[in-house]
Design a protein around this ligand. Structure first.
Ligand SMILES: [Cu+2]
Length: 173
């Protein structure tokens, strides 16, 4: 069945170059919608008000995004997906967006003492703009927040030692 649709699609896209006939267009669209396109890591809503950021973390202590660029006033829906297999206890990941001027190393060092709160240092919550929960392999978590004032903000994974490789910048224009 899929093969037939693919064949039809190939045929109509070869033959229908400059043809704007609506019936052929409809034929060509069917197989197209069956192809699962990979979701873009950053997507802006049609009205420009909301940015969807799809952040991933893997078993190699890497984020897929080291830079997220948004505009002031936008709402950010960030999803963090752990694409690895390792458990949260050994390879947990989160997203912690820090206020400007926060000493990242000092924050990360303090975070290591807060295993009970999934490495969110409860005594330094004033340094955090937004954060997700901690996830293990195969899990997903999300957080929504309003873009802060224009500027550059650092984000890290606060699991012990992960901020060294798992870090990035949120740039608000
Ligand atoms: Cu991590």
């Amino acid at each position: 069945m899929i093969g037939l649709f693919a064949l039809l699609f190939t045929f109509s896209s070869c033959g229908g170059g400059g043809d704007t006939s609506s019936s052929e267009g409809a034929t060509a669209e069917k197989p197209k919608s069956m192809i699962a396109e990979p979701e873009a890591p950053i997507e802006v809503s049609a009205d420009g008000s909301t940015v969807t950021a799809r952040l991933t973390g893997d078993d190699m202590m890497k984020y897929n995004l080291n830079k997220i660029e948004v505009k002031a006033g936008q709402k950010i829906n960030l999803t963090l997906t752990h694409t690895g297999k390792m458990k949260k206890e050994v390879m947990g990941h989160n997203f912690v967006l820090l206020k400007p001027g926060v000493d990242v190393d000092a924050f990360a060092t303090e975070a290591t003492k807060h295993k009970d709160s999934d490495y969110i240092p409860t005594n330094m919550e004033g340094d955090i703009i937004a954060h997700t929960s901690l996830v293990g392999g195969g899990e997903s978590t999300s957080v929504s927040f309003d873009a802060p004032a224009p500027g550059t903000y650092k984000y890290i994974c606060s699991f012990p030692a992960h901020h060294i490789t798992m870090n990035g910048e949120l740039i608000v224009n």
